[in-house]
Design a protein around this ligand. Structure first.
Ligand SMILES: [Zn+2]
Length: 562
């Protein structure tokens, strides 16, 4: 859409910010104005340009703004900025000129000229989107700018306002109006909607605090008045078929609810504290359709490496990392990839998180006589081609697993270990000799999960030289680097993050490493050689995720040690 300078000026005049020389309708300049107007009225599709408004363009030096195309978005932005007195018309004008000269869009120009802060600009955008969502029917929301916009330089603003749901506010309102069973039902349902893995109900002196664990971190969700607190806890205990009178001892139970027509199983555990009971509800994560290695967060090269590895007829592929690092998802991906009617694929897990059709899955029974090692031994008598061991926790399981890998079975497993080379040390410590490891190991992957930046409140900012040095990046090479972060909004519970992605370090055991492992060479040497051979370390993979704009510097520091 082409707008006239008059259009903008007219509005700015109303806001009292236009040029200091007001022109009356009878002013003699009016007539001249029509002549010097760089764009005749017929060229405009702006219906707001009427003759009465024309004097506004009659400044002796007609501004080049009239020839600049503003997208509807930009137009609204300019109006909002001027209305609030955040910028003057002259500043907008110079931003537009700057944009023309440097091929920037208006937002970027405003930011680069430091006219207002990215935070403020983003705040405005939110208000605008909220207003649009409330006032304008969905189909009338102006289209996105058509001009090609360099993505990495633009604050990536949300455009899906309907997803912008304030769960906290919603629940707070429900507690005031709805009956208790409905409130409790909503607390459970919203938790699943928000991808929470746990719900905490903490009895406190002043009431009941409700928190969700989302992407690994607890978030305050709701505060319940003391008058309602006991009733809420009792309601949960009734739903879980627990003894509501028993408050001094911990109890375990289950709640089954339907969520979007799917049954969901919630595990409930109570625990006595000084201010009353604490209840934690664990939501069993449903690992949905396996989406592929790239979707897990692997780089193209890493995905190709894994694809090559799992095509091997036998050997061991191990995934290392702390609890909750997404190791099981990676293994399920491998299994889905190689699962076929031609192969006998068997697993022993604790618990079974995802069912794969055609795979013989077995649950470890820790109370009975079917631990990992017993189960694995029995499984190897079932003529398996592929075996997945949920976790190697003890020497016995490690020994049986590695022996199987030596004797013609493709073995997948997870184990604790900070990175790929130190996992090999852990296996030495399990009493597995170097010669066995060297001829059975195909690769060790190490994995972590980092939180992704919330798409609804994402902004960009110029990278600081200190930050670059901290990330081991060359400040000269990355002079114009812009990093991303989330400001925090209701959609992400003010954290600035939403969802998680994996970072990987994949150490392929090729000929050189095999020799070193055979000699039980210490992990530092293994690491150096692996890096020389092209292994991308966890740290490097994490930095890649920062440069891609997937996550923040702070998040990477939290998860990976530098
Ligand atoms: Zn957000």
């Amino acid at each position: 859409m082409v707008i006239f300078a008059s259009h903008t000026l007219r509005r700015s005049r109303r806001a009292g910010l236009s040029s200091p020389r007001p022109l009356g309708p009878g002013d003699s300049h009016s007539e001249e104005a029509k002549d010097v107007d760089p764009l005749p009225a017929t060229a405009s599709n702006s219906p707001a340009t009427s003759t009465a408004d024309r004097p506004a363009v009659a400044d002796p030096a007609p501004s080049p703004i009239a020839t600049i195309t503003l997208t509807p978005d930009e137009e609204v932005l300019v109006q909002a900025l001027i209305k609030r007195g955040l910028v003057t018309f002259d500043q907008v004008h110079s931003a537009q000129q700057y944009g023309l000269e440097h091929q920037r869009d208006l937002r970027q120009s405003i930011l680069e000229l430091n006219l207002i802060s990215p935070e403020l600009l983003n705040e405005l955008a939110f208000e605008r989107l909220t207003a649009m969502a409330q006032d304008v029917p969905e189909k009338e929301v102006p289209a996105k700018p058509q001009a090609p916009v360099p993505v990495h330089t633009v604050p990536l603003l949300p455009n899906r306002t309907q997803h912008h749901r304030d769960v906290r506010k919603e629940l707070q309102e429900t507690t005031l109006t709805a009956p208790l069973p409905q409130v409790v039902g909503q607390v459970l349902e919203r938790a699943i909607d928000c991808r929470a893995t746990d719900i905490h109900f903490d009895s406190q002196e002043t009431g009941l605090r409700v928190r969700y664990r989302i992407d690994g971190q607890l978030q305050d969700i709701l505060f319940v008045e003391p008058s309602m607190a006991t009733a809420m806890l009792s309601r949960l205990k009734v739903m879980a078929s627990l003894n509501i009178v028993e408050r001094r001892h911990s109890q375990d139970g289950r709640i089954s609810i339907m969520h979007h027509n799917k049954p969901r199983d919630l595990r409930v555990a109570t625990f006595p504290t000084i201010y009353g009971e604490k209840i934690v509800i664990r939501i069993h994560e449903v690992l949905t359709a396996v989406a592929g290695f790239a979707h897990l967060g692997m780089s193209q090269e890493q995905a190709e490496v894994i694809d090559r590895l799992i095509a091997q007829p036998y050997g061991a592929v191990l995934v290392a990392g702390p609890v909750g690092a997404g190791k099981t998802s990676t293994l399920y991906n491998c299994l889905e990839r190689i699962n076929s009617p031609l192969r006998n694929v068997m697993t022993i897990e604790d618990p079974i998180e995802h069912r794969i059709p055609g795979v013989n899955q077995t649950q470890v029974n820790s109370q009975g006589d079917m631990g990992f090692s017993e189960g694995l031994r029995a499984m190897l008598r079932q003529d398996p081609d592929v075996v997945m061991i949920g976790e190697i926790r003890d020497e016995e399981t490690a020994r049986i697993g590695i022996r199987a890998a030596l004797t013609g079975v493709l073995v997948f497993s997870t184990l604790h270990g900070s990175d790929a080379p130190s996992t090999i040390s852990n296996l030495y410590n399990f009493g597995i000799p170097g010669y066995q490891l060297s001829s059975s190991l195909l690769a060790i992957a190490s994995q972590r999960l980092v939180r992704k930046i919330c798409p609804y409140c994402r902004v960009t900012f110029a990278a600081d030289e200190k930050v670059l040095l901290g990330l081991e990046l060359d400040p000269d090479e990355h002079r114009d680097l812009r990093l991303h972060r989330g400001l925090g909004c209701p959609a992400c519970f003010q954290t600035g993050y939403m969802g998680r992605t994996g970072i990987f370090e994949i150490m392929m055991v090729g000929e050189e490493l095999r020799d070193l492992i055979f000699q039980q060479i210490p992990k530092d040497v293994l690491r150096r050689v692996a890096v020389d051979l092209g292994m991308r370390t966890l740290k490097q993979s994490a930095v890649d995720k920062i440069l891609d704009g997937a996550t923040t510097v702070e998040e990477v520091y939290r998860v990976v040690s530098f």
